[in-house]
Design a protein around this ligand. Sequence first.
Ligand code: FES
Length: 117
Amino acid sequence: MTDNFRKICKVSDLPNRRGRKFTIAEDTDIAVFKVNGRVYAVSNVCPHNHSEVMYDGYVDENLFLACPIHGWQFHLESGTVPPECKGLSAKLETYEVKIENDEVWVEVKVKKKKWFR
Ligand code: FES
């Protein structure tokens, strides 16, 4: 396994279609979902008003995850909004997932530090 992936749990630890929250880095919480046997990882932070609630969202049959606060929807694979919301530029950050021996590994992205002068 490459260095930029972190083991978070076993596939069998994930409930079907219900989210779980994990901290994968000091400032990075993700929401992880298992749907029809596949595992998806997205940011736990809703792009609408930065609420840390996406793990508690509802996943529909088309893999759109609805934020539990105002219902904005984002696709679990791409992070994009549904096609009928073309004018909305919001996007939910997604993370690569790898499964090895029933273990779920999630990509840890290196974030650039912001320097202020
Ligand atoms: S906070 Fe998520 S849709 Fe408003």
